[in-house]
Structures are given as C-alpha cells and as structure tokens.
Design a protein around this ligand. Structure first.
Ligand code: NAD
Ligand code: AHE
Ligand code: ZN
Ligand code: ZN
Length: 370
C-alpha cells in the first residue's frame, strides 16, 4: 500500500478536496503508476457536474496523465518499473471482438467495470477517510499514485516530457484523430469546427495536417479566435453576431456547405447545426462532444436521405497501445504542437482553479504538476 495525495470528488457539484488516500498495490495484470502531470479535460467537469449517467462518487477523476511505472503485479509482461506511460481510458487488449475487428479503437475488455469506477476484478484500489473511493475512466490521474490494468497503459519514449505529452492522453489526440482517422479529411476539403477548446483546437491542427483548404472555427467566446488562427483556422465566427442560424450562415459562406464538420462542445443543438452545415450529397459531421444524461440529437431524416453523414468519434479513433506512442514521437519531431494548449500550470492544491478557468472560458488546458 502507498499513500498518495489526490483530489477526491466526494459528490457531484462540489469542489474537489485534496486528501491523503491509500492506494493498494497492483494485483494480477495491474500496474502501479506515479502520475507526473495531468491535464484537466472538459469531460472531468462534465462528470463532476452530475450530468454523466456513469458518474459515481466518491471518485478520483482525471484521465489526461503522464506517468512512470512504479510496480507491476503478477503476470504483467509488457511494462516494467521505470517505464514512462500514458494512461488510457480506451484500453487495447488486442484480443477482444472489438480489437480483432480492425474497425474500431473501442476495446471492450474491461468497459463494464471501468464504467462503474472499478478495476476489472470488481474492486477499487483507493481508500480515503476509511471508505472506498472509486476509480474514473480506468485512469484516475488526479491522484499522484494510481493503479491501472496493464492494457490501459501505453509505453512511450522516456525522452518525452510527461508534463506536455500528458495532453496526448485525451484532448490533442482526440481532436487530431477525429479529423485524420474518423473523418479522413482529404486535401482541399472545407471544414467547420464547432467549439474551440482543447478538442476543437486539436481538430484545427488535424485539419491543417490534412491540408484542408478552409478551416472555419466557430465559438461563442471570441477570445479563442487568436490561438485558433495561429494553429490554422482560416476564419473564425461567433454565431451570436448573426440573425440567421449558424448552419445557414456556413452554407452561404461555403457555396452549399462544408465537406466535414466537427462538434467539439457537447451541445445537442450545435450537433444539429454541425450536421446541417454540411454539403448536400456528401458532407460528413463528426460528433466529438459529450452530451449530458437524457439529451438526444435530432434532425430531419431528409438531411441524411440527401447524403449527409452523421458519425461519432471517441479518443480520435486511436488505438492507445499501438498508435499513441507514434503521436508522442510526432510531438518530439515537432509535428504536433503542445505548448500552445498549456495556458495554465498549477499544483494539485489549486486544481479547483483549473475547473474555474475552464468554466470562465479563460483556459485551453490547465496542466497539474505533482
Ligand atoms: P472546452 O471547455 O475547453 O471547450 C469547449 C468550447 O466550446 C469553449 O471554447 C466554449 O466557448 C465553446 N462553446 C460552448 N458553447 C458553445 C456554443 N453554443 N457554440 C459555440 N461554441 C461553444 O472543452 P474541451 O475539453 O475542448 O471538450 C469539448 C467537448 O469534447 C466536451 O464535451 C468533452 O466532454 C468532449 N470530449 C470528447 C472526447 C471524445 O473522445 N469523444 C474526448 C475529449 C473531450
Ligand atoms: N460516461 C459517459 C460517456 C462519456 C464519453 O462518451 N466518453 C468518451 C471519452 S470523453 C474523454 O474526454 C468515450 O471514450 N466514450 C466511449 C466510451 O466507451 O465511454 C456516458 O454518457 O455514459
Ligand atoms: Zn478528455
Ligand atoms: Zn480489446
């Protein structure tokens, strides 16, 4: 057992509380890691808000970490103490029906227990104030020490700075992957990206890599436009300045609609606009944002009958163990920028400020250093 500083979410809608938690050592097929840094993603705030149907408390949130393996349990063969890893909320077992399909990154080996905040054996490794505390997304990176299944860590280069490449554990990989893997945007395409937070900005980078001809960023917070333009947006739009619905504005601007759109907010009304701003006959819209419990998307079926396509993307379609190390290498070669995302850094004690900054629209990513 190790003692660990952690930010515990005792209940929905309450600030996180810094506690000394007990972390039980790794069991069969598990690893104990020390998180060096973690980003704060909107999905952490979403779960803390109480809108996540899988949200259960008390829990240790966080899923955008950079970590070092401390100890491995029996049967672990692919990582050893000292290895640098990125925790994976989308594991890769390599042997389940989903992994073998070659059609998806959504490994389902441990999805049921992970969604309940438990390790694959149905128990938790965390205790605080004498009571069990749940895991979150199989990662719980808001604890300095955390236990993960072996299939939920991607071994990466030791040269890579963990306090930067932690962002590849969710946000940056999600946005780039949604464009390159899910939509497979072709050179010369027109693209609209709704929501210019960590995910939308990463989608802009993906669209730039794909050599899109027009990259239109849409956000209700114009303070996001500068970084969006720096990273490749060719134009930025605040939908509130128009009288017409934003889908009509974009259809007008683009001679009939964009080839691809991405919803990076989690707002079901914007999801509809993102679909409907796509070009008749071939336009494709990818939902990346996560909507709250009970929310549903709608449009006229005619939108699909006339050739538009609605898709979704989780973790950018990236297979964590086999493909994420390549993203880290691309960062090291200067092909993926991470510095512009890190608008704030802070210690664990100030983690609630990271949530405040996100809600106030003042940050792209806050990175917590342990
Ligand atoms: P963020 O808070 O950093 O950014 C969201 C942006 O959307 C902000 O800039 C905000 O101003 C903008 N926005 C809000 N309402 C808007 C509206 N009506 N019209 C236009 N812009 C609007 O969040 P993030 O970390 O970038 O995450 C974005 C979404 O992606 C969240 O829903 C998150 O849960 C989800 N997400 C999904 C995946 C996945 O694998 N599918 C991975 C990571 C995050
Ligand atoms: N618990 C939510 C699902 C949330 C969700 O869709 N999560 C994304 C990752 S967001 C990362 O910031 C995901 O990977 N989804 C696939 C999966 O299996 O959860 C709910 O609605 O129940
Ligand atoms: Zn995330
Ligand atoms: Zn699998």
């Amino acid at each position: 057992m190790v003692k660990s500083r952690a930010a515990v979410a005792w209940a929905a809608k309450r600030p996180l509380e810094i506690e000394e938690v007990e972390v039980e050592g790794p069991k069969q097929g598990e690893v104990l890691v020390r998180n060096v840094a973690t980003g704060v993603c909107h999905t952490d705030a979403y779960t803390l808000s109480g809108a996540d149907p899988e949200g259960a408390f008390p829990a240790i949130l966080g899923h955008e970490g950079g970590a070092i393996v401390q100890e491995v349990g029996p049967g672990v063969t692919t990582v050893k103490p000292g290895d640098h890893v990125i925790p994976l909320y989308t594991p890769e077992c390599g042997t389940c029906k989903f992994c073998l399909s070659g059609k998806t990154n959504l490994c389902q080996r441990i999805r049921a227990t992970q969604g309940k905040g438990l390790m694959p054996d149905g128990t938790t490794r965390f205790r605080a104030k004498g009571q069990p505390v749940l895991h979150y997304m199989g990662t719980s990176t808001f604890s300095e020490y955390s236990v993960l299944p072996e299939i939920s860590v991607a071994k990466i280069s030791k040269e890579a700075p963990l306090e930067k490449v932690c962002l590849l554990g969710c946000g940056v990989t999600t946005g780039i992957g949604a464009v390159l893997n899910t939509a497979k945007v072709e050179p010369g395409s027109t693209v609209a990206i709704f929501g210019l937070g960590g995910i939308g900005i990463s989608a802009i980078i993906g669209a730039t890599m794909a050599k899109a001809s027009r990259i239109i960023g849409i956000d209700v917070n114009p303070s996001k436009f500068e970084i969006a333009r720096q990273l490749g947006a060719t134009e930025c739009i605040d939908p509130r300045v128009f009288d017409n619905p934003i889908q009509e504005v974009i259809v007008e601007l683009t001679d009939g609609g964009v080839d691809y759109s991405f919803e990076c907010i989690g707002n079901v009304n914007v999801m509809r606009a993102a679909l409907e701003c796509c070009h008749k006959g071939w336009g494709e819209s990818v939902i990346v944002g996560v909507a709250g419990a009970g929310e549903e998307i709608c449009t006229r079926p005619f939108q699909l009958v006339t050739g538009r396509v609605w898709r979704g993307s989780a973790f950018g379609g990236v297979k964590g163990r086999s493909e994420l190390p390549g993203y880290v290498d691309r960062y090291m070669k200067g092909e993926i920028p991470l510095d512009p995302f890190i608008t704030h850094t802070m210690g664990l004690d100030d983690i609630n400020e990271a949530f405040d900054l996100m809600h106030e629209g003042k940050s792209i990513r806050s990175v917590i250093h342990y």
